[in-house]
Design a protein around this ligand. Sequence first.
Ligand code: NAD
Length: 420
Amino acid sequence: MQRELLANPVFAMAAEQFDQVADFLALPDDLRERCKWPKRLISVAVPVKLDDGSTKVFYGHRVQHHLTRGPVKGGLRYHPAVDLGEVAALAMWMNWKCALMDLPYGGGKGGIACDPRAMSLGELERLTRRFTMEILPFIGPEIDVMAPDMGTNEQTMAWITDTYASHTGYLVPSIVTGKPLGMQGSAGRAQATGHGVAFLASNALHKLGLSLTITTAIVQGFGNVGSHTAATLSSYGVKITGISDATGGLWNPGGIDVAALRTYVAQHGTIKDFPGADAIDADALLCMPCDILAPAALDRVITAENAGKLQCRVLAEGANGPTTPDADRILQQRGDIFVIPDILCNAGGVTVSYFEWVQNFQRFQWNEREVITKLETMMQRAFDKVTSYAERNKISQRMAAQSIAIKTVADAKALRGLFP
Ligand code: NAD
């Protein structure tokens, strides 16, 4: 029954990756089953009063892949294409990401099928509050802690916190992470994922013997992850030659002024018609020459069709699941692209979310320098662990990252034993 509900190409991709790793690790059948399938699938109908007076029912999901190593942790996504299978795949990847980073969490993910860009602030608030209420019995600081993802932001987290507080009768800041600073969010959380992507991409360049100041980067997506990846790379001296968003691409071989583009996007809501670059087809942009290619928007954008045409040295996966298994095989055959797999590359977000949760429990605030220093230490440790495991076992970085993570979860399950 559960398997039929999860029929979805993104879940199939996560499951295929899992099966390859389980074979490599020679996981016994019982542990394989227990690690692969999600513990809880929660789907709810969310009726919302729209501004025109009508009522629309949205469908929301929350998947808790495992609670073996702690509460589940993972984002909440608002996008028209959200469905249960996609959310389950993202929850599975979150599980491996938390284990790889050695955070005391299992993986979760949530989403509501909606188009946030076509909704008013009031409609989004009512949607978020009603969804929170519907899943109230299944969330809590020790059960399931949400965070922003595509289409959601710190305002969404503030509404969830307030709705939860109306239920408990007092403020519980550790119910979500990625909150505004004024509501006990963490310094450094907004830029954490993009900072981590840029930090690891620069690590990879060092490994390849390339100097940051003569390198170029293309970033797909200019939301939370993409904009901070571009800004941090730019601060390192990397020239950003290409950027895209849902409305198209920008190309400037002389370098795009990222700060000016952020100001432009804040005013216009899109990168379209930015005067500091030429327009380019967003898909064609992926295959333009560059040193770092950072897909930081959607899943399955590096495919069997374009993997052979990529002209980058480092593929820094800011998005979750940007590379299909077919594309992965092509990249491995090519052997000339250093892949930083998603569960490692974009782990900065959940790592600083963990810091936020810890600060909330301690009722204490760290400053930005403390947060970024701790983040870089943890990202460096995970990067070194993955690259040395891959070299030692002569496997891809993705296989190495997932093997370390899945073994960590399988070992925890074996240690805890089976109840009853
Ligand atoms: P976001 O909603 O802030 O931004 C998404 C960006 O992608 C927008 O600029 C949008 O215009 C762009 N986009 C959409 N369709 C596109 C297309 N066809 N071509 C080019 N750009 C397109 O989302 P985000 O939080 O930045 O998340 C992006 C990805 O990173 C997702 O896969 C998400 O799961 C992953 N991720 C996010 C975080 C986080 O902390 N926010 C952490 C880890 C992973």
